[in-house]
Design a protein around this ligand. Structure first.
Ligand code: ADP
Ligand code: ZN
Length: 754
């Protein structure tokens, strides 16, 4: 195999023209049958690294992936691209896994996803040993390490793979970069002199913004309302705030849901699924919400509270914009969060306490930073970038510095006059001349600095005091009720005329003003450039079409086309097959399945908006060009690729199986009916059919043995052929139709057995 085969497959299956940095090298390394370890940020494009070798080489690729919920989506997405994939895990019945096993041995599957439990099970070993395996991929490989944050015991056993099958290359992938974890992965998986690939952690499509935490809710509502179609995640520190924020959003007509670890697994997977399908716009979640989501069109992430370290923060914001289209991130931060963490860490044993506090310090430095935030982040991950990013709040509105000497003197003097007995909020109260009980009671209204700073708004004071701490003139005694203490350098400012430079924080109003101006500017540019206008309108139009199509097909919208693909479509307005196939993300299968539908939709849109053509923003339709380029790629691909087995069209899972899977999770008939938008009667008949087909369903859950006997006797009174309606009436509607059916099925079955 060589890399041009890989290139052709990338276009054919995924519709992408080029590999991202490193992807090609990784693929080559697998072609060379070397083990490798891949570190890439979330959304960096790890999956392609093993999916391309999987479809271009002979045999089957085994992918170990930790989450059952994720597996289904991954397989769905591959199938939508025309790649034969399947998964095996504990959620399946014996007969289901049997079917897949058969397909495996008939070489009908190119990628098989398995849970770690399955991978290490006794039942899987003979399958492994007898299959023609081309590659083993271990996703989320950091789960193997106790150093990492997601340790999973079953992962620890995966080392047997290399021992049992030393000649099959293993690729381990993770988004966690730290050195100890890396070492652990290599050792525990017994990787043999692996090539290690560490890609840039930069995610330039994510904008970065930090805002002070005052009036968070108000700011969040305004943010979401000005982005009506976009889905996002709000990360909160506590279960309580996830619920409070969700309720607040709901009462403002925003489709929101809370998600936290105390919810039942069923409740959680419901939220997760609704979010995947764009039925819920906003999930308010604790950090528990994470690994299980593989949704590419999350357009923003808000941190309601400060994260406790940069690793978590980066991973959480990384869940937005995975499709590469622009996404926004906003971090709210307040001193209360910092204090809460310090107290929390105080409970830890001392060495751990030190580490956690040091990590929190780095997080604070980031939040307080007055230089390009992306540079700080990337520096943290040992990447030095010398250019400012132009996509963070600091780059967009560089801070204004003021002479803060007098302000600093006021604050320091107040601290001195209160004998260093006040914390930050009390200090601000004193400076602002507040008549709060605590101030008066302790006699602070009598000191000379009382009220000297009343002309400075409270939020500004909070920022100044924090800056004074950061500059090292004051420090917080965490062990003594967070009281502020002077450092030796305070004297320099108070008595020796040292100058202090502070920056003026933006008020919420000023921020809103900036945002408003930017919006107006955008609208103006848009009005002046029809091309931009059509891009936005057509995007909304196609997105709505995608949503409806997704409901019809019963799959998440982003599996049809990603936001990035849709955005490119709206920007380039393809009018024929050739143009459509040029768009990134439209491979062979996607073109076949949806290409023409979307072309038709674009034509409908244009006929409804003739001004776009009249204004020249969109070209007149031209006859399709010869499909030279695509043709060539196709031919090249056909020649060199072994023709992959034809993927099963669509998801042809029988409707009874869908019901059965839900039933096995413990849902009642009514609940299944609600979830599937079907009637309970239909669900009941599914279960009867399943029971008739031999699935181990407990009939007595629905109808007792005595009832069955009574019903059977009743049948004898009725003429043949038996009509269910008559039986129903015979018992004066005492039994439901479902019970009657179950009883008859039971009787039939036991008759046959006898
Ligand atoms: P990860 O597993 O690293 O979080 P994914 O493999 O899910 O990331 O990839 C993130 C997104 O980037 C997906 O939508 C994927 O299709 C897309 N992608 C990956 N490689 C490329 C590429 N070479 N060109 C364009 N898009 C790509
Ligand atoms: Zn920047």
């Amino acid at each position: 195999m060589n890399i041009s085969n890989a290139q052709a497959a990338l276009k054919k299956y995924f519709g992408y023209d080029t590999f991202r940095p490193m992807q090609a090298d990784i693929v080559q390394s697998i072609y060379d049958r070397r083990d490798c370890l891949v570190l890439m940020p979330t959304g960096g494009g790890k999956s392609i690294c093993y999916q391309i070798p999987a479809v271009t080489t002979e045999g089957v690729t085994v992918v170990v992936s930790p989450l059952i919920s994720l597996m289904k989506d991954q397989v769905e997405a591959l199938k939508a691209n025309g790649i034969a994939a399947a998964f095996m895990n504990s959620s399946q019945s014996y007969s289901e896994s049997q079917v897949i096993e058969n397909q495996l041995f008939e070489n009908k599957i190119k990628l098989i996803y398995v849970s770690p439990e399955k991978a290490v099970s006794q039942s899987f070993l003979p399958i492994l040993k007898n299959l023609n395996i081309s590659l083993i991929a271990i996703d989320e490989a950091h789960c193997i390490s106790a150093w990492g944050h997601d340790f999973r015991p079953e992962y620890a056993q995966l080392g047997f793979l290399k021992q049992q099958m030393p000649h099959i290359p293993i690729i381990a992938l993770t988004a966690t970069a730290d050195k100890l974890t890396r070492k652990d992965i290599i050792e525990k998986l017994n990787l043999n002199d692996p090539s290690v690939f560490i890609s840039s952690f930069d995610r330039p499509n994510l904008s970065l913004e930090v805002r002070p935490g005052q009036k968070r809710m108000e700011q969040i509502l305004a943010f979401i309302k000005s982005r009506p179609q976009q889905v996002g995640i709000i990360y909160c520190l506590s279960r309580r705030s996830t619920e409070e924020v969700a309720v607040k959003l709901l009462s403002n007509n925003i489709k929101a849901a809370a998600y936290h670890a105390q919810m039942s697994p069923r409740e959680r997977s419901k939220v997760q699924e609704d979010f995947q399908n764009d039925k819920v716009q906003v999930v308010c979640a604790t950090v528990a919400f994470g690994m299980g989501i593989d949704k590419s069109n999350v357009r923003w992430v808000i941190h309601y509270n400060l994260p406790k370290n940069i690793e978590s923060y980066y991973q959480e914001i990384g869940r937005s914009g995975r499709d590469g289209a622009p996404a926004e991130t906003v971090l709210f931060y307040s001193f209360a969060d910092v204090n809460a963490y310090r107290e929390m860490f105080g409970q830890l044993e001392s060495s751990n306490q030190e580490i956690q506090n040091a990590k929190l310090d780095r997080m604070l430095q980031y939040a307080d930073a007055q230089i390009c935030r992306r540079r700080i982040l990337l520096n943290y991950f040992s990447e030095n970038h010398t250019e400012n990013c132009g996509n963070c709040d600091i780059c967009n509105a560089p801070p204004q510095y003021i002479d803060g000497t007098i302000l600093t003197q006021m604050a320091l003097s107040a601290v001195a006059r209160t004998q260093e007995q006040v914390n930050m909020s009390l200090l601000v109260d004193i400076l602002r001349g507040s008549s709060k009980y605590e101030v008066i009671e302790r006699g602070y209204d009598k000191i000379k600095t009382y009220g000297v700073g009343r002309n400075v708004p409270i939020t500004e004071w909070q920022s100044y005091v924090w800056q004074i701490i950061q500059l090292g003139y004051l420090e917080i005694a965490y062990e003594d009720k967070h009281k502020l203490k002077m450092t030796p350098s305070a004297k320099e400012v108070l008595f020796n005329g040292q100058k202090v430079q502070l920056f003026k924080p933006l008020s919420i109003k000023e921020r809103q003003e900036i945002e408003k101006k930017a919006k107006e500017q955008k609208a103006k540019t848009e009005a002046a450039t029809p091309r931009l206008r059509i891009k936005n309108q057509l995007f909304d139009y196609l997105r709505e079409f995608r949503r409806l199509l997704a409901i019809e097909k019963g799959m998440p919208p982003y599996i049809i086309f990603s936001d990035a693909t849709l955005g490119e479509m709206a920007a380039s307005v393809p009018r024929n097959e050739y143009e459509m196939r040029q768009i990134s993300g439209i491979g062979e299968q996607k073109w076949q399945q949806y290409g023409q539908d979307f072309l038709d939709k674009i034509e409908t849109f244009l006929s409804q908006n003739p001004d776009f053509i009249e204004s020249g923003a969109v070209m007149q339709k031209v006859e399709p060009k010869q499909l030279e380029k695509t043709d060539l790629i196709e031919k090249a691909a056909e020649k060199v690729l072994q023709k992959p087995p034809k993927a099963p069209q669509e998801s042809k899972v029988p409707t009874q199986t869908v019901t059965y899977n839900l039933f096995k999770t413990g849902l009642s008939i009514e609940e299944i009916a609600e979830q599937r938008f079907l009637s309970p009667t239909t669900i009941q008949s599914h279960l009867v059919q399943l029971y008739e087909a031999g699935e181990p369903i407990d009939v007595f859950q629905f109808v007792s043995l005595a009832d069955i006997q009574e019903i059977t006797e009743g049948v004898a009174f009725l003429p043949e052929p038996l009509k269910l309606k008559e039986l129903h009436e015979f018992f004066s509607e005492r039994f439901t139709y479902g019970q009657l059916k179950f009883a008859l099925a039971y009787q039939e079955k036991n008759k046959t057995v006898a």
